[in-house]
Design a protein around this ligand. Sequence first.
Ligand code: NAI
Length: 289
Amino acid sequence: MNVGIIGAGTMGSGIAQVASTAGCTVKLFDLNQSALDKAKAALEKILTRLIEKGRVDADEKTRIQSNISYVNTLKELSDSNVTIEAIVENIEVKKNVFIELERYVSEDCIIASNTSSLSIASIAASLQKPERCVGIHFFNPAPLMKLVEVVPAIQTSKEVLEKAKQTLLDWKKVVAVAKDTPGFIVNRVARPFYGESLRIYEEGIADFATIDYSLKTIGKFRMGPFELMDFIGNDVNYTVTETVFTAFYFDPRYKPSFTQKRFAEAGYLGRKSGKGFYDYSEGALNAEP
Ligand code: NAI
């Protein structure tokens, strides 16, 4: 199967690894050459670590790497059977990419979006063949997280839904089908989790390290809410909350936080920028920024 992935950031590079590990031929596209270089270097590092842990051998590493080509133009995705978009969470930017993509791919190519919160129906509406569009929502990090939400729009054909589900099962994922509603299942439940944690911090009830520690201890979560926001990226996480809040007609349960907005504006994005709620620079003792 030929898989085209649009956007070589956190999610796109992870999804490329999942598909190539499953034996697909993958083309990973990004407008930004440095994102492609970073994705390639990150995969090398991950696979080297997996060899050290005895999870893959050298032949498998070579196979996974050679299954992926890194491309600079959308046109190069023309032979894809499935495309998965993982670019910036902005409906207009996504729509423009889909309109262009549809010019190149074959009639029966599935066009999927990894959006966390945008309406699949509105993305599908930008296509000549909206019935080929479906949400395929991976979690971060895509190679490790088993669950994938599959989200049919009202326009999605049954055949496309079934093909998307089967593809993910072939990629050894667990599928949850959810209706096309803001945040689907997991991100909807997660909004009040982040939001209430941010409000506790803003009200001075506890610092974020104490909130993280408390929830990890009691709930057996691997990461606390602030560690998780830093991991996801405060820019991405804030945008998802804002989108869900707006889409639910400003329901206060999903109200975004000024603290997180300012962090995103300041470039305190989390791990990817070296600083968020915690400090990830070398030698840092996780001091508050
Ligand atoms: P990211 O910021 O790490 O990567 C986005 C990539 O898209 C960048 O490399 C950028 O150069 C590229 N890009 C932007 N516009 C483009 C265009 N017009 N054409 C080609 N490439 C373009 O973002 P991330 O975190 O990977 O998120 C991508 C999508 O996945 C978003 O829709 C997000 O909501 C969703 N998502 C994110 C998760 C996360 O934990 N970060 C989890 C699940 C979904």
